[in-house]
Design a protein around this ligand. Sequence first.
Ligand code: PLP
Length: 379
Amino acid sequence: MKFSTRAIHAGQTPDPTTGAIITPVYLTSTYVQQNPGIHLGYEYSRTGNPTRTALEQNLASLEDARHGLCFASGLAATDAVLKLFKSGDHVVAGDDLYGGTHRLFTQIFQQFGMQFDFVDATDPQRVVDAIGETTKMVWIETPTNPLLKITDIAEISRICREKSTLLVVDNTFATPCLQQPMSMGADIVLHSTTKYLGGHSDVVGGALITSDDDLRDRLAFIQNAAGAIPGPLDCFLTLRGTKTLDVRMERHCKNAEQIAQWLQDDPRISTVYYPGLESHPGYEIACRQMSAPGGMVSFVLVDESESHAREMVSRTKIFKLAESLGGVESLIEHPISMTHGAVPAEVRHKAGLSDALIRLSVGIEDLEDLKEDLDAAIG
Ligand SMILES: *Cc1c(COP(=O)(O)O)cnc(C)c1O
Protein backbone atom coordinates (compact mmCIF):
# COMPACT_ATOMS: atom_id res chain seq x y z
CA MET A 1 0.00 0.00 0.00
CA LYS A 2 1.11 3.54 -0.71
CA PHE A 3 1.87 6.17 1.95
CA SER A 4 -1.45 8.05 2.02
CA THR A 5 -3.41 4.79 2.25
CA ARG A 6 -1.22 3.48 5.06
CA ALA A 7 -1.54 6.81 6.88
CA ILE A 8 -5.28 6.21 7.11
CA HIS A 9 -5.41 2.45 7.65
CA ALA A 10 -2.16 1.04 9.10
CA GLY A 11 -2.54 -0.36 12.61
CA GLN A 12 -6.31 0.05 12.56
CA THR A 13 -9.03 -2.52 11.97
CA PRO A 14 -12.73 -2.06 12.71
CA ASP A 15 -13.52 -3.00 16.32
CA PRO A 16 -14.51 -6.71 16.22
CA THR A 17 -17.19 -6.40 18.90
CA THR A 18 -19.05 -3.33 17.55
CA GLY A 19 -17.78 -2.65 14.04
CA ALA A 20 -16.64 0.85 15.09
CA ILE A 21 -14.43 2.03 12.22
CA ILE A 22 -12.24 4.15 14.47
CA THR A 23 -9.98 2.59 17.10
CA PRO A 24 -11.58 3.36 20.48
CA VAL A 25 -9.89 5.31 23.26
CA TYR A 26 -9.18 2.41 25.60
CA LEU A 27 -9.45 4.20 28.93
CA THR A 28 -8.38 1.30 31.08
CA SER A 29 -5.41 0.82 33.37
CA THR A 30 -5.61 -2.97 33.64
CA TYR A 31 -6.91 -6.02 31.76
CA VAL A 32 -8.74 -9.10 33.06
CA GLN A 33 -6.77 -12.34 32.89
CA GLN A 34 -8.28 -15.79 32.42
CA ASN A 35 -5.66 -17.54 34.52
CA PRO A 36 -2.56 -15.89 35.99
CA GLY A 37 -0.45 -14.90 32.98
CA ILE A 38 -3.08 -16.00 30.42
CA HIS A 39 -4.56 -12.93 28.74
CA LEU A 40 -5.40 -11.33 25.41
CA GLY A 41 -2.03 -9.58 25.06
CA TYR A 42 -2.42 -6.78 27.59
CA GLU A 43 -1.76 -6.76 31.33
CA TYR A 44 -1.29 -3.18 32.43
CA SER A 45 -1.51 0.09 30.47
CA ARG A 46 2.01 1.29 31.21
CA THR A 47 3.24 -1.80 29.39
CA GLY A 48 0.68 -1.68 26.60
CA ASN A 49 -2.67 -0.20 25.59
CA PRO A 50 -4.62 -1.01 22.41
CA THR A 51 -5.01 2.65 21.34
CA ARG A 52 -1.25 3.06 21.75
CA THR A 53 -0.58 -0.16 19.84
CA ALA A 54 -2.63 1.14 16.92
CA LEU A 55 -0.60 4.37 16.86
CA GLU A 56 2.70 2.51 17.22
CA GLN A 57 1.87 0.27 14.28
CA ASN A 58 0.65 3.21 12.23
CA LEU A 59 3.87 5.21 12.78
CA ALA A 60 6.09 2.17 12.11
CA SER A 61 4.27 1.66 8.83
CA LEU A 62 4.71 5.32 7.82
CA GLU A 63 8.49 5.01 8.30
CA ASP A 64 8.48 1.63 6.52
CA ALA A 65 9.84 0.04 9.68
CA ARG A 66 8.99 -2.94 11.84
CA HIS A 67 8.48 -1.33 15.24
CA GLY A 68 7.11 1.83 16.80
CA LEU A 69 7.14 2.90 20.44
CA CYS A 70 5.20 5.90 21.68
CA PHE A 71 6.10 8.24 24.52
CA ALA A 72 4.58 11.08 26.50
CA SER A 73 6.59 13.65 24.50
CA GLY A 74 9.38 13.90 21.99
CA LEU A 75 11.81 14.54 24.83
CA ALA A 76 10.56 11.46 26.72
CA ALA A 77 11.42 9.47 23.57
CA THR A 78 14.87 11.11 23.45
CA ASP A 79 15.34 10.34 27.15
CA ALA A 80 14.57 6.65 26.49
CA VAL A 81 17.22 6.47 23.75
CA LEU A 82 19.85 7.97 26.05
CA LYS A 83 19.02 5.33 28.68
CA LEU A 84 20.44 2.69 26.31
CA PHE A 85 23.86 3.97 27.39
CA LYS A 86 25.92 4.31 30.53
CA SER A 87 28.42 6.56 32.22
CA GLY A 88 31.51 7.09 30.07
CA ASP A 89 29.69 6.56 26.77
CA HIS A 90 30.18 9.28 24.18
CA VAL A 91 27.64 10.81 21.78
CA VAL A 92 28.34 12.89 18.70
CA ALA A 93 25.45 15.24 17.95
CA GLY A 94 24.70 17.90 15.37
CA ASP A 95 25.33 21.47 16.56
CA ASP A 96 21.94 22.91 15.57
CA LEU A 97 19.55 20.79 17.59
CA TYR A 98 16.16 21.38 19.11
CA GLY A 99 16.96 23.40 22.26
CA GLY A 100 15.35 20.88 24.60
CA THR A 101 17.43 18.05 23.14
CA HIS A 102 20.60 20.02 23.80
CA ARG A 103 19.40 20.77 27.34
CA LEU A 104 18.59 17.11 28.08
CA PHE A 105 22.02 15.99 26.81
CA THR A 106 24.12 18.61 28.59
CA GLN A 107 22.16 19.34 31.76
CA ILE A 108 20.83 15.88 32.63
CA PHE A 109 22.82 13.08 30.98
CA GLN A 110 26.18 14.82 31.23
CA GLN A 111 25.63 14.79 35.02
CA PHE A 112 25.40 11.01 34.86
CA GLY A 113 28.81 10.84 33.20
CA MET A 114 27.83 10.64 29.54
CA GLN A 115 29.89 12.74 27.14
CA PHE A 116 28.67 14.84 24.25
CA ASP A 117 30.34 16.59 21.35
CA PHE A 118 28.38 18.92 19.11
CA VAL A 119 29.64 19.26 15.54
CA ASP A 120 28.39 20.69 12.27
CA ALA A 121 27.03 17.42 10.85
CA THR A 122 26.45 19.02 7.45
CA ASP A 123 30.17 18.39 7.05
CA PRO A 124 30.48 14.57 7.42
CA GLN A 125 34.24 14.81 7.99
CA ARG A 126 33.56 16.60 11.29
CA VAL A 127 31.44 13.66 12.40
CA VAL A 128 34.22 11.24 11.44
CA ASP A 129 36.74 13.33 13.39
CA ALA A 130 34.54 13.48 16.49
CA ILE A 131 33.93 9.72 16.70
CA GLY A 132 36.24 8.02 19.20
CA GLU A 133 36.67 4.72 21.02
CA THR A 134 33.79 5.33 23.40
CA THR A 135 31.33 6.80 20.85
CA LYS A 136 28.09 4.84 20.99
CA MET A 137 25.73 7.05 19.04
CA VAL A 138 25.50 9.79 16.42
CA TRP A 139 22.44 12.00 16.76
CA ILE A 140 21.30 14.21 13.91
CA GLU A 141 18.36 16.38 13.02
CA THR A 142 17.71 17.24 9.37
CA PRO A 143 16.43 19.76 8.45
CA THR A 144 17.66 21.34 11.69
CA ASN A 145 15.79 23.60 13.99
CA PRO A 146 15.84 26.57 13.44
CA LEU A 147 18.48 27.04 10.70
CA LEU A 148 17.10 24.29 8.43
CA LYS A 149 20.57 22.93 7.73
CA ILE A 150 20.60 19.71 5.73
CA THR A 151 22.70 16.70 6.68
CA ASP A 152 23.36 13.87 4.24
CA ILE A 153 21.70 10.96 6.06
CA ALA A 154 23.05 8.22 3.77
CA GLU A 155 26.62 9.51 4.16
CA ILE A 156 26.40 9.80 7.97
CA SER A 157 24.86 6.34 8.08
CA ARG A 158 27.77 4.94 6.05
CA ILE A 159 30.19 6.50 8.56
CA CYS A 160 28.22 5.08 11.51
CA ARG A 161 28.23 1.59 10.06
CA GLU A 162 31.97 1.77 9.46
CA LYS A 163 32.54 2.94 13.05
CA SER A 164 29.90 0.60 14.55
CA THR A 165 27.94 3.36 16.23
CA LEU A 166 24.19 3.81 16.30
CA LEU A 167 22.60 6.49 14.12
CA VAL A 168 19.51 8.27 15.41
CA VAL A 169 17.68 10.75 13.17
CA ASP A 170 15.19 13.23 14.58
CA ASN A 171 12.72 13.33 11.67
CA THR A 172 10.27 15.75 13.29
CA PHE A 173 10.67 18.55 10.73
CA ALA A 174 10.41 16.42 7.59
CA THR A 175 7.98 13.72 8.77
CA PRO A 176 7.95 10.32 7.02
CA CYS A 177 5.84 11.96 4.35
CA LEU A 178 8.87 13.89 3.02
CA GLN A 179 11.85 11.88 4.24
CA GLN A 180 12.42 8.28 5.36
CA PRO A 181 15.70 8.01 7.27
CA MET A 182 15.34 4.24 7.85
CA SER A 183 15.66 3.67 4.12
CA MET A 184 18.93 5.65 4.22
CA GLY A 185 20.38 3.55 7.04
CA ALA A 186 19.23 5.13 10.31
CA ASP A 187 18.90 2.71 13.25
CA ILE A 188 16.29 4.74 15.11
CA VAL A 189 14.01 7.53 13.93
CA LEU A 190 12.66 9.92 16.53
CA HIS A 191 9.55 12.07 16.31
CA SER A 192 8.02 14.75 18.37
CA THR A 193 4.48 13.74 17.32
CA THR A 194 3.41 17.02 18.92
CA LYS A 195 4.31 18.67 15.61
CA TYR A 196 3.25 17.59 12.10
CA LEU A 197 2.15 14.05 12.96
CA GLY A 198 -0.46 15.26 15.46
CA GLY A 199 -0.81 18.31 13.27
CA HIS A 200 -3.48 20.25 15.17
CA SER A 201 -1.60 21.71 18.15
CA ASP A 202 -3.82 19.78 20.55
CA VAL A 203 -1.57 17.00 21.87
CA VAL A 204 2.02 16.42 23.06
CA GLY A 205 3.73 13.14 22.21
CA GLY A 206 6.82 11.38 20.95
CA ALA A 207 7.80 8.22 19.14
CA LEU A 208 10.76 5.98 18.35
CA ILE A 209 10.79 3.87 15.22
CA THR A 210 13.21 1.04 14.48
CA SER A 211 13.45 -2.15 12.45
CA ASP A 212 16.02 -3.74 14.77
CA ASP A 213 14.29 -6.34 16.98
CA ASP A 214 16.92 -6.18 19.71
CA LEU A 215 16.84 -2.37 19.88
CA ARG A 216 13.05 -2.48 19.96
CA ASP A 217 13.12 -4.87 22.93
CA ARG A 218 15.65 -2.77 24.83
CA LEU A 219 13.70 0.42 24.19
CA ALA A 220 10.38 -1.24 25.11
CA PHE A 221 12.01 -2.38 28.35
CA ILE A 222 13.06 1.22 29.08
CA GLN A 223 9.61 2.50 28.07
CA ASN A 224 7.98 0.13 30.56
CA ALA A 225 10.62 0.46 33.28
CA ALA A 226 10.81 4.26 33.21
CA GLY A 227 7.15 4.77 32.34
CA ALA A 228 7.04 7.90 30.14
CA ILE A 229 4.05 6.69 28.14
CA PRO A 230 1.30 8.69 26.41
CA GLY A 231 -2.30 8.32 27.56
CA PRO A 232 -4.86 6.65 25.30
CA LEU A 233 -6.57 9.93 24.39
CA ASP A 234 -3.20 11.38 23.33
CA CYS A 235 -2.69 8.34 21.11
CA PHE A 236 -6.17 8.69 19.65
CA LEU A 237 -5.60 12.35 18.74
CA THR A 238 -2.23 11.60 17.17
CA LEU A 239 -3.73 8.72 15.19
CA ARG A 240 -6.43 11.04 13.93
CA GLY A 241 -3.71 13.48 12.92
CA THR A 242 -1.69 11.03 10.84
CA LYS A 243 -4.73 10.23 8.66
CA THR A 244 -4.42 13.66 7.00
CA LEU A 245 -0.61 13.96 7.14
CA ASP A 246 -0.16 13.52 3.42
CA VAL A 247 -2.64 16.24 2.37
CA ARG A 248 -1.53 18.60 5.10
CA MET A 249 2.15 18.31 4.16
CA GLU A 250 1.34 19.04 0.55
CA ARG A 251 -0.23 22.38 1.50
CA HIS A 252 2.40 23.19 4.18
CA CYS A 253 5.12 22.75 1.55
CA LYS A 254 3.29 24.66 -1.16
CA ASN A 255 2.68 27.66 1.13
CA ALA A 256 6.21 27.57 2.59
CA GLU A 257 7.88 27.38 -0.84
CA GLN A 258 5.95 30.44 -2.01
CA ILE A 259 6.63 32.41 1.17
CA ALA A 260 10.35 31.56 1.14
CA GLN A 261 10.67 32.69 -2.48
CA TRP A 262 8.72 35.87 -1.80
CA LEU A 263 10.82 36.72 1.27
CA GLN A 264 14.03 36.07 -0.65
CA ASP A 265 12.99 38.58 -3.31
CA ASP A 266 12.01 41.20 -0.71
CA PRO A 267 14.60 43.97 -0.09
CA ARG A 268 13.54 44.21 3.58
CA ILE A 269 14.92 40.71 4.23
CA SER A 270 18.65 39.92 4.42
CA THR A 271 18.72 36.09 4.60
CA VAL A 272 16.15 33.36 4.10
CA TYR A 273 16.80 29.81 5.33
CA TYR A 274 14.72 27.29 3.39
CA PRO A 275 16.06 24.05 1.89
CA GLY A 276 13.85 24.49 -1.17
CA LEU A 277 15.74 27.61 -2.30
CA GLU A 278 18.62 27.05 -4.71
CA SER A 279 20.63 29.54 -2.62
CA HIS A 280 20.45 27.16 0.38
CA PRO A 281 23.75 25.29 0.91
CA GLY A 282 21.87 22.02 1.47
CA TYR A 283 19.64 22.38 -1.59
CA GLU A 284 21.10 19.49 -3.58
CA ILE A 285 21.12 17.01 -0.72
CA ALA A 286 17.58 18.09 0.19
CA CYS A 287 16.47 17.39 -3.39
CA ARG A 288 18.02 13.92 -3.12
CA GLN A 289 16.73 12.84 0.28
CA MET A 290 13.46 14.76 0.68
CA SER A 291 10.42 14.64 -1.58
CA ALA A 292 9.63 18.30 -0.72
CA PRO A 293 11.40 20.94 1.42
CA GLY A 294 8.88 21.14 4.29
CA GLY A 295 6.84 23.83 5.99
CA MET A 296 9.46 25.63 8.09
CA VAL A 297 11.07 28.89 6.97
CA SER A 298 13.54 31.04 8.94
CA PHE A 299 14.75 34.51 8.02
CA VAL A 300 16.60 37.61 9.19
CA LEU A 301 15.46 41.18 8.54
CA VAL A 302 17.85 43.64 6.85
CA ASP A 303 18.02 45.50 10.16
CA GLU A 304 19.68 42.65 12.03
CA SER A 305 18.86 43.85 15.53
CA GLU A 306 17.29 41.63 18.14
CA SER A 307 14.79 44.32 19.16
CA HIS A 308 13.56 44.72 15.59
CA ALA A 309 13.01 40.97 15.31
CA ARG A 310 11.10 40.93 18.61
CA GLU A 311 8.87 43.76 17.43
CA MET A 312 8.15 42.12 14.09
CA VAL A 313 7.08 38.78 15.57
CA SER A 314 4.67 40.64 17.87
CA ARG A 315 2.94 42.42 14.98
CA THR A 316 1.56 39.50 12.90
CA LYS A 317 -2.14 38.68 13.28
CA ILE A 318 -2.67 35.35 11.49
CA PHE A 319 0.80 34.02 12.33
CA LYS A 320 0.41 33.54 16.08
CA LEU A 321 3.43 34.22 18.28
CA ALA A 322 4.06 30.83 19.87
CA GLU A 323 6.56 28.04 20.36
CA SER A 324 6.02 24.68 18.66
CA LEU A 325 5.31 24.02 15.00
CA GLY A 326 3.64 21.70 12.55
CA GLY A 327 0.00 22.51 13.28
CA VAL A 328 -2.52 23.59 10.66
CA GLU A 329 -2.26 27.18 11.95
CA SER A 330 0.72 29.39 11.09
CA LEU A 331 3.09 30.30 13.92
CA ILE A 332 5.92 32.81 14.21
CA GLU A 333 8.62 32.97 16.87
CA HIS A 334 11.95 34.45 17.90
CA PRO A 335 14.11 31.35 18.63
CA ILE A 336 16.73 32.89 20.91
CA SER A 337 14.17 34.22 23.38
CA MET A 338 11.73 31.31 22.98
CA THR A 339 12.45 27.76 21.70
CA HIS A 340 16.23 28.11 21.92
CA GLY A 341 16.48 30.13 25.13
CA ALA A 342 18.13 27.13 26.83
CA VAL A 343 21.03 27.04 24.35
CA PRO A 344 24.01 29.10 25.64
CA ALA A 345 24.82 32.18 23.52
CA GLU A 346 28.31 30.96 22.57
CA VAL A 347 26.88 27.63 21.31
CA ARG A 348 24.20 29.49 19.33
CA HIS A 349 26.68 31.87 17.76
CA LYS A 350 29.05 29.03 16.87
CA ALA A 351 26.18 27.32 15.04
CA GLY A 352 25.41 30.55 13.15
CA LEU A 353 22.12 31.27 14.91
CA SER A 354 21.59 35.04 14.75
CA ASP A 355 20.00 36.90 17.66
CA ALA A 356 17.70 38.45 15.04
CA LEU A 357 16.53 35.16 13.51
CA ILE A 358 12.77 34.74 13.03
CA ARG A 359 11.21 31.31 12.47
CA LEU A 360 7.93 30.53 10.74
CA SER A 361 5.87 27.38 10.90
CA VAL A 362 3.83 27.95 7.77
CA GLY A 363 0.31 26.63 8.19
CA ILE A 364 -2.28 25.54 5.67
CA GLU A 365 -4.29 28.77 5.56
CA ASP A 366 -4.75 30.77 2.35
CA LEU A 367 -1.37 31.83 0.94
CA GLU A 368 -2.42 35.40 0.12
CA ASP A 369 -3.69 35.96 3.67
CA LEU A 370 -0.38 34.72 5.05
CA LYS A 371 1.71 36.92 2.77
CA GLU A 372 -0.40 40.00 3.56
CA ASP A 373 0.02 39.33 7.27
CA LEU A 374 3.82 39.07 7.02
CA ASP A 375 4.03 42.02 4.66
CA ALA A 376 2.22 44.30 7.11
CA ALA A 377 4.26 43.04 10.10
CA ILE A 378 7.64 43.51 8.38
CA GLY A 379 6.53 47.14 7.91
C1 PLP B 1 9.56 19.76 19.60
C2 PLP B 1 10.74 19.01 19.18
C3 PLP B 1 11.30 18.02 20.01
C4 PLP B 1 10.78 17.74 21.41
O1 PLP B 1 9.50 17.22 21.39
P1 PLP B 1 8.40 17.47 22.55
O2 PLP B 1 7.22 16.74 22.04
O3 PLP B 1 8.20 18.95 22.66
O4 PLP B 1 8.97 16.90 23.80
C5 PLP B 1 12.38 17.31 19.52
N1 PLP B 1 12.89 17.56 18.30
C6 PLP B 1 12.39 18.50 17.49
C7 PLP B 1 13.00 18.72 16.15
C8 PLP B 1 11.30 19.26 17.89
O5 PLP B 1 10.82 20.21 17.09
